[in-house]
Write a protein that binds this ligand. Sequence first.
Ligand code: RFL
Ligand code: PHB
Length: 388
Amino acid sequence: MRTQVAIIGAGPAGLLLSHLLHLNGIESVVLESRTRADIEATIRAGVLEQGTMDILNEAGVGERMRREGAVHHGIELAFGGQRHRIDLTGLTGKAITVYPQHEVIIDLVAARQAAGGQLLFGVRKVAVAGIDTDRPVVSFEHHDVEQKVEADFVIGCDGFHGISRPLIPAAERQVHERIYPFGWFGVLVEAPPSSDELIYAQHQRGFVLISTRSPTVQRLYFQCDPHDRVENWSDDRIWAEFHTRMENGDGWKVKEGRIFQKNIIGMRSFVSTPMQSGRLFLAGDSAHIVPPTGAKGMNLAIADVKLLSRALETFYKKNDTVLLQSYTSDALKRVWRAEFFSWWMTRLLHTFDGASSFDQMIQRAELDNIVSSRALSTALAENYVGAF
Ligand code: RFL
Ligand code: PHB
């Protein structure tokens, strides 16, 4: 096989890149190790920035998102027994949309298939050779048959555990990382929304996030030990934790329902640079991870591939490599701002074992400052909606 761009991984980054290239007349092949059913059912992110929606709309894959996504104009911060609204739209003129990542995946797979795109599921043993030549080759097994695809470029969109990042020679690579001493226990619940807007809550027993998926399905998280096990948490124990952390006697209650999924998510901040070497480029979680507190991961993946698609288009249309050469530094500007915001939200809202009473009072003072200062609320809102 021969193609212009070989893309490893059919997450939001790989699928959208393939589609954006197609819209510019550039051919690609996407290689995904999981099945279509699997990628379309994996529950992950929920929040799309305005800029992400704009990109999906411009790419012609936003129709269902506009119809089914819920536009939110604010979020709430809860602490000290009170809830405080951050008026995202009033402060920034922008909003966010709650539309689950797996729905974005469903829309992108449908668009690729409708356009006759080459999207191979269930591939195994993906390996890459020759990224330092202008004809790299990706080999893989598909339906037990060994195959090779020769390309002009290889794009690693294969997430944090993929094979692409280690292809960048260790001597060129630098990693910046922080692993947090807590995780999130996530549940999916059949219930109506407990709140019209997302609630980010700080409590001495740990952080809680009240999010939503649809009018009938809610997504709730609470801070937990990252080494804890789902089996240790009965439904009753989970609800008791939400009630204790969220309720302050004003009558508002987290709405219970049937819990149909439970998982524990580790938290890390991670950036690997450069995001390219020779003819290999990385996009999304393969190059960087943020803790989910800032709701930035999928938005960053989409921002990366927007830059890459423009750089590849400039290469193919004008034989000009300038944007390819500056890809890492262009992408990292946004990446580091999101790393900062995600780290800051995480530090602001979580309970740290061993925090002194001074640390705890400072955390509360920072929250108080944010909700009582228009400048600080605006800074939070600008970062949250991705206003730059
Ligand atoms: P993905 O989605 O991990 O996709 C990578 C794909 O590559 C495949 N793959 C391979 N394929 C072939 N050969 C190999 N050797 C392969 N190795 C891997 C995988 O099967 C997979 O299909 O990466 P991508 O495209 O970079 O997208 C990143 C996002 O998925 C991620 O950043 C977000 O989910 C993060 N995230 C959130 N982001 C947001 O923008 N807003 C949110 O509200 C938000 N909430 C979250 C989140 C992530 C969470 N978890 C589970 C970590 C909430 C949570 C709980
Ligand atoms: C989610 O709905 O899964 C979600 C929302 C906001 C976050 C993280 C996750 O910050």
